[in-house]
Design a binder for this molecule. Sequence first.
Ligand code: SF4
Length: 539
Amino acid sequence: MADLLPPPYSFGVDSRFDSWRQNQDMVVQHVVDSEHRLIMPVCPTGFGKSLMYIVSALINGGSRAVILTSTRALQDQLKNEHEGVVVDLRGKDNYPCKMLGGYSTCGKGPCNWGMRCPFVKDGCLYYDQVKKAMAAPIISTNYAYWMNRGDWGYGDDYTFQFSTLICDEAHELPEILSSFLTKEIIGSREGKGIKDEIVESFPKSKSGIKEWIRHWHKTVSSQYEDVSWRIKEEGDYGKETLDLAHFLQRLWESTSFINHGIEEDPENMIVYKSGNRITSSVVWPYHYTESTLFKGIEKVILTSATVTPKTIGLLGIDQKDVDVVEVDHPFPLENRILNYIHTIGLNYRTTDMEMLKWLARIDQILEDRLDRKGIIHSVSYKRQKLIMESSDYTQFMIGHNSRNTIETVERFKSSSPPAIFVSPVMTTGYDFPDDEIRYQIIGKIAYPDTSDPIIKRRMQMDRDYAPYIAMQRLIQTCGRGVRNKEDWCENFIIDNNIEWFIRKYKSFAPKWFQDSFRTVRVKKRSTPMKEDVPKPRPV
Ligand code: SF4
């Protein structure tokens, strides 16, 4: 079929982009022609969504476009692949401060507290990059930077105008917004500083919170003003003063946010103390979607492989206001199947006997796959330990804890078969293309942690919230091992709860994922039999 549009390079991207992938031009055309302000292209992995949204923004013209990404890896990729069209901008902490001789970052530069710096117009690595970004047609940055920039948006309230906002990995938006609106005040080990006083004086009853935060916000503001004055008026920018100013600035932001939330949005605000930590957040972030994220911008593109109408609902957007364009998965279905093998339904009543059956099932899947590498998703560290201590293949297993995840992933990636990575947290953020993994075993549907009071409140108010999050995690998990058209990975889920879960909540998944679900028929018996497990696909 002939392309709908001239080749991508004719719109200004690099000449390497000389043809469209399947459906890419159709989605670009759709985005450009859409009369909706909010457009949601649901584009699976491998579709090439960054080229799609960059060309759409270039055709759209007007003033600048901004791409928001949730990972450094994606920001790096945009920077490398679209140099000259997309300019990368990060927070001040990513650039060394010239005024400080490079010993600290621009986040602690004395100009932040009003001191005049000769490098601000020319020579400061951060401000030079801002200027470069402002001259480029498209800027790429991270969500936190964007949400912190009160002067960027569209309309009279903003100094710097953008015509298009592109939100990548848009399925994460409710969580991204919530994290941005979550503030923590953590006491120190020594227990002597102002943070300790704030934490210790946290009121026993809810009615005292308003007075408590008002008092501390006033106190912190006054200390913050003093130190800012010392930097600006006395030219004191010694390390100790800057560290203090930086510390008080963060604390001021937290107390200011809590104070404002308690005054303006008390029903939606949760503030609680746990140990020496005070956490505050909003139950639902949708009151802030427009003011903090969309900021009046004329065209907003929300793109991801898994964004669904439920995501839109959690952002407080009416579905009729969104133009959804969903495309088929570009990778063959047989390369990305999710096989369900009837084993046990895991829950808090699961018996020891049932757990033995679950562990036996894992070993059965592993038994014929020792010529390749794979991942077992344990969902908790407790089950990770159990698997690693009980399996017949424990000598091939690689585990990690919350402090050494990155190094352990690297070690696993460079290991030879039959390496088996056992992890509770590999659902997102890491990719394992080609031979890096050829199978995944999902031990359990990963529901959110109910010990978090905010999650608990959300689940009480919206019964679909937890299943929605669990479905997102399942889709993301299955996507870890299939990263290109020729790639394939066998996915297995062995939690029987998937039977009703998929039936009941399939609308929380895009169609391409629904189509990938298969039930492997097994005979009824008390212990798993070897023949119940599909034969491995040859590597
Ligand atoms: S303008 Fe000067 S003080 Fe401010 S961050 Fe840049 S180099 Fe540092």
